[in-house]
Design a protein around this ligand. Structure first.
Ligand code: SF4
Length: 329
C-alpha cells in the first residue's frame, strides 16, 4: 500500500515568503525550507535538537526556527511563480519511511520548480541516494555536527541510545561523494559542544580534504532539549573557526600552519596580509552551507550576537568581525 505524503512543515520564514502566514517578507530570504512531518518527531535523539526523542515537549522547532505544518498540496499551489528563491532545502527527521516521503516531496516540488534541491538527511543506502539523485536532488547533507568521534557519540550516538555512529556518518559522506560528486556533499559542524578550537580546525581540514564542504553553526540552547542549559560558544572563538573554514575552503591554510596557544586559542602561521585579504569581503562571517543558502536567524537571536550574517556585511561589520577574531592586530 502506498501512503502519500499529505503534510510537510515549512520554516516560518518560508511560509511568510509564500504568503501562507502573515508577516514581513525578508528580501534576503533565498532558500525555501521544507521539513518532513512526523507526528512523533524523530527516532534519533541528538542532544541539541527539539525534534529529538527525549526532547520535551514535542515541538514544531528545529534549531531556533518554528516549522508549522501545511498540506503539501497547498504549499505547491502557493509556490511563488518568479525566481523568488535560489534553492530548495528539505530537512528531514529520522524514521523508517523517510526516503519514500522525501522522494514524494521532491517529485511534487519538481513539478513546479527547477531550482536546485538539497536534502539534509542521516546516512541512507547507496541505492536510496541514487534514487534521490535521479528524482532531482542535487546536493546532500549528512550532519556530523560534532568535531570528534567522542563528542559525536556523546551528543548523537551511542550515549544517546541511538543507532547513529560516527563511522557510519563518515562512510555515508564518502558514499554520497561517489554519487553526488565533489561540491554537492555537505556536512554541518556545531561549535560549542565541548570541542577545542584545534579539534574544530582539524575537522574542517578532514572534511575539505575529502571534498566535503562544511556549514558552521554556533550552538544554540533550546528549551526542552537535553542541552537547554548549555551556553553558546565564545564569539571570538567562533570567529576564529569561521576564519579557518574560509581559509581552508580557499586553499590558503595548511594543517601545520594552525597553532594552539594559551587557553586553547588558535593562531595561524601565515602572513597577516593573506588573512586580511581573505577576510575583506566578509563572506567568512556569513551563513555557510549550500550555495545560495542563508538561513536567516537559524541560530542567531535577533538582538545578537550575529554569529552568522544572513546577508553581505557592511564595511563596519567586516572590520568588527575581523577585530573579534583577535587574530590580526
Ligand atoms: S536526526 Fe536531525 S531531526 Fe533527528 S534528532 Fe538529530 S538533529 Fe534532530
Amino acid at each position: 500500500m502506498v501512503i502519500l505524503v499529505e503534510i510537510v512543515r515549512l520554516s516560518l520564514g518560508t511560509a511568510i515568503q509564500m504568503g501562507l502566514e502573515s508577516g514581513e517578507k525578508d528580501p534576503n530570504f533565498t532558500t525555501a525550507f521544507l521539513m518532513t512531518y512526523r507526528e512523533e518527531g524523530c527516532d534519533a535523539n541528538c542532544a541539541f535538537c527539539p525534534q529529538a526523542r527525549d526532547s520535551t515537549p514535542a515541538s514544531d522547532r528545529l534549531s531556533r526556527i518554528s516549522w508549522p505544518e501545511y498540506d503539501l498540496k497547498r504549499v505547491v499551489e502557493n509556490w511563488p511563480e518568479s525566481d523568488h528563491f535560489r534553492r530548495i532545502c528539505i530537512q528531514t527527521v529520522c524514521y523508517p519511511e523517510l526516503v519514500q516521503d522525501v522522494l514524494e516531496i521532491v517529485r511534487k516540488v519538481r513539478e513546479i520548480s527547477r531550482l536546485p534541491i538539497s536534502v539534509a538527511i542521516h546516512p541512507i543506502s547507496v541505492e536510496d541516494m541514487q534514487t534521490l539523485k535521479e528524482a532531482g536532488v542535487s546536493t546532500i547533507g549528512i550532519a556530523l555536527d560534532a568535531s570528534t568521534p567522542s563528542i559525536f557519540e556523546e551528543i548523537k550516538g551511542i550515549h544517546r541510545d541511538t543507532s547513529y555512529r560516527w563511522e557510519d556518518h563518515r562512510q555515508g559522506l564518502s558514499q554520497a561523494l561517489n554519487i553526488f560528486g565533489i561540491g554537492n556533499v555537505t556536512t554541518h559542524l556545531i561549535i560549542g559542544l565541548g570541542e577545542s578550537e584545534k579539534e574544530a580546525a582539524d575537522f574542517i581540514f578532514d572534511m575539505y580534504e575529502m571534498g566535503i564542504s562544511v556549514g558552521l553553526f554556533a550552538f544554540t540552547s533550546i528549551k526542552g532539549t537535553s542541552l537547554e542549559d548549555k551556553p553558546p560558544p565564545d564569539l571570538s572563538s567562533y570567529r576564529r573557526i569561521q576564519v579557518v573554514r574560509e581559509l581552508v575552503s580557499k586553499g590558503l591554510l595548511q594543517r601545520d600552519q594552525v597553532h594552539q596557544g594559551a587557553e586553547g586559542r588558535i593562531s595561524f602561521g601565515i602572513d597577516r596580509e593573506i588573512i586580511l585579504k581573505a577576510l575583506a569581503s566578509g563572506t567568512a562571517f556569513q551563513v555557510t552551507g549550500c550555495k545560495g543558502c542563508n538561513r536567516p536567524y537559524y541560530t542567531e537571536r535577533p538582538r545578537g550576537p550575529m554569529y552568522n550574517y544572513p546577508r553581505p556585511l557592511t564595511e563596519e561589520e567586516v572590520a568588527r568581525a575581523i577585530e573579534e577574531t583577535s587574530l590580526v592586530v
